[in-house]
Design a protein around this ligand. Structure first.
Ligand SMILES: [Zn+2]
Length: 272
């Protein structure tokens, strides 16, 4: 049989099977880290900012960069960041620009049918939808969305604190829940889960309530109209105004690193 090199490589798993040697193809897991929001949304309504702590979108970037570094130094997992402080990657921009009108149309149609659960503008929601579609077709093995929660001045009595991990219970692979649970368990080793009741899950057959993990239906995790093919989770790294040991906040690079380390451990265990 005259096999070209390409055909031969394609037949390697079959050959290994026939020879009785299970072959692990050396595929490095590749994940997309998507820091929530961006500089364009900095002055938009709902932008999360606390004087003395900073803007959510910038702090999301700091945690995401540290997470990518953790993954690079501790595992073979390749992490790609969707943006830096200035802009989204060229690949994302190249996908988004020609599709922008169509993406915005999809967001408007979606919002007519389903009340939006976020205060993202149509433009920003369309951008997130573009990132999702791009990630779906770019062969990523997981998408991790990094955010920081906010209780806002409008309700200071609530004083929510603690981390939360979200996955969608609709139009998302089952592995999204596995990934969310791995990250949740890892974060719990060093951080306290959210005390906010809306960020918890109640067992359907048991009285157990898990705080700090919950389902949501968002563009980036999977929603009624927008299926996610790649396992995707969203992490709220505590609350923007939350105080950690010694009065530190999420603006402190040690706190950011601790989040990055625990999230990275969870991701490594998921791929382990
Ligand atoms: Zn956010």
């Amino acid at each position: 049989m005259d096999l070209t090199r390409r055909e031969f490589i394609a037949d390697l798993p079959l050959l290994a099977y026939l020879l009785g040697h299970p072959l692990e193809l050396a595929k490095t897991p590749r994940i997309l880290i998507n820091p929530g929001h961006n500089k364009r949304t900095a002055n938009a309504p709902g932008e999360r900012y606390i004087s003395g702590v900073g803007s959510e979108h910038e702090l999301n970037t700091r945690i995401s960069e540290k997470l990518a570094n953790e993954l690079a130094s501790r595992s073979g997992i390749e992490a790609v960041l969707s943006r830096d402080d200035a802009e989204y990657t060229k690949e994302i921009r190249d996908f988004y620009s020609p599709n922008r009108m169509q993406l915005e149309r999809e967001v408007r149609n979606y919002r007519r049918a389903h009340k939006p659960t976020t205060n993202l503008t149509v433009e920003d929601a369309a951008l997130q939808l573009g990132i999702l579609k791009w990630a779906n077709m770019s062969g990523f093995d997981a998408v991790v969305n990094i955010h920081i929660n906010f209780y806002g001045d409008e309700d200071p009595k609530r004083k929510s604190s603690g981390f939360a991990v979200f996955f969608s219970d609709i139009n998302s692979p089952k592995s999204s829940m596995d990934l969310a649970l791995r990250i949740y368990n890892s974060l719990k080793e060093r951080f306290i889960p959210s005390n906010n009741e809306s960020e918890s899950m109640r067992g359907s057959t048991s009285p157990i309530t898990l705080r700090g993990i919950a389902t949501n239906r968002l563009i980036m995790t999977g929603s009624e109209l927008h299926p996610v093919q790649v396992p995707s989770v969203m992490i709220e790294c505590g609350y923007l105004g939350q105080k950690y040991a010694d009065g530190k906040t999420i603006a402190d690079s040690q706190v950011q690193r601790a989040y990055a380390q625990q999230i990275s451990k969870g991701i490594i265990r998921y791929f382990g």
